[in-house]
Design a protein around this ligand. Structure first.
Ligand code: SF4
Length: 237
């Protein structure tokens, strides 16, 4: 799906390669600062308030006072701890978190697609409650920052620091692409960054409550969409 067909790729392969080489061995704050200088308020960080990586980036954006918007995709099905963390972050950092919700309420979705769609067709549920709302929310922006890391899933193993995202017609930045789980937690503890308390209670990865179970820390995505082959919600495809 190509959401912004009018936004042709303004970056050559050589320019993207140069950016990846320039920031490959640099701390993530340098790439964040570059994005903020280049795109200003047209830069957005998506934060799920579930995973640990997003909290590192949010802390860096706040600490550096970068003019980067914080976007929270609220599916209406998240854990209470996730909503509480988003509220705590707004209080603690003095940030405004922009919430994007699906076009369909849960009741409307149940009327159109039947109850508990996530249990029967999680791809369609994610398309309605995550993928479409993200496309809508990203439309005003020129650069999208995400906390995905290469070691998280096979699909993420080739993630570049800087890549053109044709689906949304913008530059996608993954400043923590090369970070390990240990590096993420070392940062959170060193800087006393708040994080979702469920991560300490056997949930290595957090999404919507109906699709997330406790799992082994050895396989961080094992607790997601239990019973389905699915490992990604589709927003990073
Ligand atoms: S993670 Fe589950 S509940 Fe959330 S949007 Fe996807 S299928 Fe629906």
């Amino acid at each position: 799906m190509r959401v912004n067909p009018d936004r042709s790729m303004p970056w050559s392969a050589a320019e993207l390669a140069e950016l990846n080489a320039r920031f490959r061995d640099r701390p993530p704050e340098e790439l964040l600062a570059w994005a903020a200088a280049r795109f200003g308020e047209l830069t957005v960080l998506t934060c799920s308030f579930g995973g640990a990586s997003g909290m590192v980036l949010l802390d860096l954006v706040a600490r550096l006072r970068l003019p980067i918007a914080i976007l929270f995709l609220d599916t209406d099905l998240l854990f209470p701890e996730t909503y509480a963390l988003a509220a705590e972050v707004e209080r603690r950092y003095g940030l405004t978190v922009r919430r994007q919700r699906p076009a369909l309420s849960l009741e409307e979705q149940a009327r159109q697609h039947g109850p508990e769609l996530y249990a029967r067709d999680p791809d369609r549920c994610c398309a309605i409650r995550k993928v479409a709302p993200l496309a809508e929310a990203l439309r005003p922006y020129r650069a999208w920052i995400s906390g995905i890391r290469r070691e998280q899933t096979a699909q993420r193993a080739t993630t570049d620091l800087v890549a053109w995202n044709a689906r949304h017609g913008l530059l996608k930045l993954s400043p923590l692409a090369a970070w390990s789980e240990q590096e993420v937690w070392a940062y959170l503890h060193a800087h006393n960054v708040p994080y979702n308390p469920l991560l300490d209670r056997g949930f290595p990865s957090l999404g919507c409550a109906p699709c997330t179970r406790p799992a082994s820390a050895d396989d961080p995505r094992a607790g997601r969409w239990s019973g389905f082959a699915k490992t990604e919600c589709g927003i990073h495809g």
